[in-house]
Design a protein around this ligand. Structure first.
Ligand code: SF4
Ligand code: SF4
Ligand code: FES
Length: 583
């Protein structure tokens, strides 16, 4: 039986004449929203503190009338009689209490809303037609819903700074700022970088960065999301596209193991922006700037657009059936111990599953992924910069930690023990295998998004899709299975990676009855216990928790050493590349 002491205390609260029950601690503004009564707000954000400074959420509020015995007096309906507070109250900083009553649409409330809108618009510039926030501007929307159609203001508007580069990624238009302080509180409370503040208090109050500081933390673009007006805009996105033209696709960020939930905004196969999507199990309402802007490579000039095969020493374009047939033919020349597969922690579960089937069919033991690490920030950014390391643990499940065999594979390639190398979504040049060594390989099959020094040496090149060009699933660092979705079509003749791997598998003699990505997922769910009973559609938009992190075996010290060694080689290669680039 449920312990009654564990259930939250419920309060009876009247909203616009109807009684409801809410748990103790519910904000009045949230209580109203739960029953479809939207109270307009500017400064209130449910994930930040409530300073109550914009006054847009004013309502009428009352409490039970108490009799001489100190108990609430009851009306004919058996409910408490309300003593209304004569002045309006803000609803964003007050929790519900027993017998509380609120009115959200009375003549007084509507008058308050009109008054607040009139004050807010006094100094606001009339540049809505050219403002980048149009389509998502709360000032425009509330002006229509709660404001007046004409202004009584005859004096000159206060002029404030425009087009201020307040940080490397954020542009500030102070004239539009309504001084709600959301951006200031975000930086203090979430990003832990107290960089913004109001100065020159009075009619000339402006938002600015503290002297000698910039809004340059890795979460700066979240201030653009939460700014209710067009004061803070993304320097990258502004003036590129009207938001109502954007197609919105729910997906996840694949730039680290956190897997922040996102909305990809695209039009005609071009991605214009990524914004965070609320998921309290993963990223709350936020995402980092690094992940948010990490989509430009999908339009890079060095995208691989056509399959290619090596013929008389040169890579020449080929159609897909020819390229797949060539790859299969080349791989079949060698036995399992002579073949290595380097997969990627950036691949989806479905792609990893097909890779594991390919390895099984060819008898390959040399299979691993490339580990990728960077500093964590204790906010969202994970130390593991691969989005699906846990997927590789579950699906490739090779008995050692992902990345631990990589150096051994590299050594086997260098020693000539490996004759055929398949590299999927990774660059061998980062792993310490020099170009001269790659040229010596009789078979070198590369599946990748971008052309690089390694793909140039391949015997077969298979163009791949980027994270926003395909469907699939991944398991984040905390064990949550999540879906990524296709926002744009891949350019040229690049194929969805799961199809390429399925075709290769079938050309070698396996992979029967796989006609859709759902079929691949079904095979995973029938084989990997953590996926049992799930399907791509059952994962849902917010994901499902499938793995307790303590279920994972602790990393063996020798694995850790091998992984660190592989990462160190990548880092050294990166430095050398940068030096060459700058020279
Ligand atoms: S810039 Fe935007 S978020 Fe910041 S105080 Fe002004 S209106 Fe609010
Ligand atoms: S924290 Fe990780 S998953 Fe989230 S946006 Fe940043 S890089 Fe992407
Ligand atoms: S939303 Fe309540 S005062 Fe601003």
């Amino acid at each position: 039986m449920a312990d009654p002491s564990s259930s939250p205390q419920l309060f009876n609260v009247q909203i616009d004449g109807v009684w409801h029950q809410f748990p103790k601690g519910t904000r009045v503004i949230e209580a109203c929203a739960q029953f479809g009564v939207y109270v307009p707000r500017y400064c209130y954000h449910k994930k930040l503190s409530s300073p109550g400074n914009c006054r847009m959420c004013l309502i009428e509020m009352g409490f039970p009338r108490l009799g001489p015995d100190g108990k609430a007096e009851l009306g004919a309906d058996g409910k408490p009689i309300t003593n209304w507070i004569p002045r309006p109250q803000i609803s964003c900083a007050q929790d519900v209490s027993e017998g509380m009553a609120v009115r959200t649409n009375s003549p007084l409330v509507r008058e308050c809303q009109r008054g607040v809108m009139e004050f807010l618009l006094i100094n606001h510039p009339l540049d809505c037609p050219i403002c980048d926030q149009a389509g998502e501007c709360r000032l425009q929307e509330f002006s229509v819903d709660f404001g007046e159609s004409k202004s009584r203001f005859l004096e000159n508007k206060v002029k404030k700074p425009k087009n201020v580069q307040i940080g490397p990624r954020v542009t500030l238009d102070d004239e539009r700022c309504i001084l709600c302080s959301r951006c200031i509180r975000f930086c203090q409370e979430i990003a832990h970088d107290d960089v913004l503040g109001f100065v020159d208090r009075g009619s000339y109050t402006v938002l600015t960065a503290h002297p000698g500081k910039l809004l340059e933390n890795n979460y700066s673009l979240n201030t653009v999301d939460i700014c209710p007006v067009g004061a803070l805009t993304s320097t990258d996105f502004r003036f590129k596209m009207r938001v109502w033209f954007l197609k919105e696709t729910k997906s996840i960020c694949t730039s680290c193991a956190t897997g922040c939930n996102t909305v990809i905004g695209s039009r005609e196969d071009v991605i214009y922006r990524q914004t965070p999507r609320e998921n309290d199990h993963v990223n709350s309402c936020w995402m980092c700037d690094y992940g948010r802007l990490n989509f430009k490579h999908l339009e890079a000039e060095n995208r691989l657009l056509e399959p290619q095969i090596r013929f008389e020493g040169k890579l020449i374009p080929a159609d897909w059936p020819t390229a797949i047939a060539q790859a299969a033919l080349q791989l079949k020349q060698f036995s399992g111990p002579e073949i290595a597969i380097i997969a990627s922690g950036r691949m989806t579960n479905e792609e990893l599953w097909l890779t594991s089937q390919l390895a099984k069919l060819l008898g390959v033991q040399w299979i691993d992924i490339v580990p990728r690490r960077g500093p964590s920030d204790n906010i969202l950014l994970s130390r593991d910069r691969n989005p699906n390391t846990n997927g590789t643990r579950l699906i490739l499940g090779s008995g050692s930690e992902p990345g631990a065999k990589l150096m051994a594979i590299t050594d086997a390639v260098k020693s000539g023990q490996i004759k055929a190398l398949v590299i999927l979504k990774e660059n061998t040049m980062h792993m310490g295998i020099p170009g001269e060594q790659l040229v010596q390989l009789p078979v070198f099959i590369a599946l990748n998004v971008l052309q690089n020094e390694a793909t140039e040496k391949a015997t077969v090149v298979l163009p791949a899709c980027g994270f926003a060009e395909k469907r699939g699933s991944m398991v984040n660092g905390k064990g949550r299975l999540q879906r990524l979705n296709r926002a744009v079509r891949a350019p040229g003749n690049a194929h969805d990676d799961w199809e390429t791997l399925r075709d290769l598998l079938q050309a070698i003699g396996g992979g029967d009855s796989l006609s859709s990505i759902e079929d691949v997922f079904r095979q995973i769910s029938e084989t990997v216990p953590q996926f049992a009973g799930l399907s791509l559609s059952k994962i849902g938009d917010l994901g499902v928790h499938i793995l307790q992190i303590d279920e994972l075996a602790p990393i063996h010290p020798s694995d850790e050493e091998a992984i660190e060694q592989a990462i160190a080689i990548q880092a050294r290669r990166r430095v050398v590349r940068q030096q060459i680039h700058h020279a």
